[in-house]
Design a protein around this ligand. Structure first.
Ligand code: B12
Length: 164
């Protein structure tokens, strides 16, 4: 079973809430993923960092990465947190290239080509992510097949038998 850290990062300056409000805008999509992954036996933690300025968001996220072992780190990317997500994706990959990085959410779903061209080490999941992220975890732990949108491959692919 894999250990996941899911996160949603700083909303850009000017659009962010003036205070940290965990109850008002908790990311429902990430909660769906968290719940599903736990229900099938994975270990999951979620960081809801939308309301934090980027320097605080970065400190919380990087401390969490350093404090424990993580197999997979997932980002919910919306238009207004894309820059902070990309900065953290770059930093985590630089320091911990062993961690599988996955992105999903509305922005990633629409802008997947641009994102995987820029970050060939990143896997982008389009649309609803529950099944795909669990199949990716199977794949990366040497288990059975699944579907994912993999960096560098311009199609949805089935791991065991590629289909277009
Ligand atoms: C409900 C809703 C809200 C609710 C709850 C938001 C929340 N925090 O969850 C409220 C009213 C609070 C809200 C507020 C806002 N919203 Co709103 N909201 C929606 C709406 C209608 C549904 C979102 C939803 O819950 N979907 C159901 C969940 C299960 O789906 P999901 O979030 O997409 O997640 C799934 C996949 O994307 C994927 N996934 C998501 N993250 C990840 C991560 C990984 C690693 C993987 C593998 C997969 C994955 O798997 C998830 C589970 O299946 C969408 C429109 C839509 N139809 O999607 C707009 C939408 C997301 N909202 C939007 C906006 C702009 C806002 C606000 C900025 C509005 C404002 N000006 O304040 C705020 C932002 C607040 C915030 N910090 O999130 C835009 C985002 C645009 C963009 N390009 O990023 C959308 C797309 C509407 C639109 N078309 O403009 N919103």
């Amino acid at each position: 079973m894999a250990k996941f850290l899911l996160m949603t990062t700083s909303i850009e300056d000017g659009a962010r809430s003036p205070s940290v409000q965990h109850n008002s805008h908790y990311p429902i999509g990430v909660a769906y993923l968290h719940s599903y992954l736990e229900s099938i036996g994975h270990r999951v933690e979620t960081l809801d960092l939308n309301d934090y300025p980027f320097d605080q968001c970065r400190t919380i996220a990087m401390d969490k990465i350093a404090a424990e072992h993580w197999d997979i780190v997932g980002f919910q990317i919306l238009a207004f947190n894309r820059t902070s997500s990309f900065r953290l994706i770059e930093e985590i990959h630089q320091h911990r290239p062993d961690i599988h990085l996955v992105a999903g959410g509305v922005h990633a779903t629409v802008m997947y080509e641009q994102i995987v061209l820029r970050y060939p080490f990143l896997t982008v999941v389009r649309g609803e992510g529950e099944m795909t992220i669990s199949e990716l975890a199977d794949k990366w732990s040497g288990g059975g097949g699944g579907y994912g949108f993999s960096a560098g491959d311009w199609f949805f692919r089935r791991w065991e038998a590629c289909c277009y």
